[in-house]
Design a protein around this ligand. Sequence first.
Ligand code: ADP
Ligand code: MG
Length: 323
Amino acid sequence: PHVADLIAAGEVVERPASVVKELMENAIDAAAATVTVEVQHGGMTLIRVTDDGCGIAAGEAETAFLRHATSKIRSEYDLEAIGTLGFRGEALAAISAVSRVELLTRAQGAQLGIALSLEGGAVVARDEAGCPQGTTMVVRDLFYNTPARLKFMKKDAAEGAACFAMVQRVALSHPEVSVKFLRDGKQELRTPGDGKLQSALYAVLGRDLALGFVPVGGSGEEMTVAGFTSLPTCCRGTRGYQHFFVNGRYVKSRTMTAAVEEAYANQKMVGKFPGCVLHLNTRLNAVDVNVHPTKQEVKFGSEKRVFDAVYYAVKSALEADRT
Ligand code: ADP
Ligand code: MG
């Protein structure tokens, strides 16, 4: 691959979990009802993501791997209000530059599907293939051609755990999608995909932990907040149980973190940090998602409105629980 491609890939693909995130996001953007993620050796030797979404037309298969090729936005105006998880057209180019990829896909309405193999970003095989509608992406030998990056990978167990955490987050971000996760052949998660956040939360946390959460609902100026937050008696020693989503996208947000923690400030907590799964929904153009290559950081038009909406929603959930 070209040096520029490798440099770009380094930003988007940090580790196996980044691949899992991008491939799952593509499946969701393709309107999949079920997404299955399989990893072997922490995702270092194999990551397979299978969806039953719209598929990729045979004539578009190669294009999908080109840098900046996206079917999701067409103009600068689309960039103002991004409604899909992907929009940069970078993920497949980046992933394929640093691995061996096999794509098997059949588009809605097409008789035949297509199988494509790439190595280091170059197409090495292309065949027609009979397959169900939807897309399977197999990513093998991640970073096989970038030894410097390979050296930074942790033990398989740690990379596998990071993949699992990513799958859990995506499952919580889209409860209408049934998400399955298998690690080294063993199923570790299956969400029902019934559209209820509570069902996804139960599947992810397990019944006992989930019972320590209370529902949150509220609205602020031009936004709504919904989800679950932990009882003060069920707080934790880390922020690992805090999950924030903005318009269906997992984000890291200091504002939202601060708002939640402020709402707990006068509570008698057992651990230091509350756990929460909070969905903030707002007008698409009230948030800029195009601020970081991994799309996990966002800029709000008004951080204060977000803070207030989250703070009051969580505060009243805690108060309601005490009465
Ligand atoms: P982006 O998601 O930003 O558009 P990607 O590199 O992730 O860029 O994907 C490139 C294109 O490939 C997408 O715009 C989409 O048209 C197509 N694509 C990728 N994955 C899938 C999938 N699972 N189902 C259908 N189309 C897909
Ligand atoms: Mg994408």
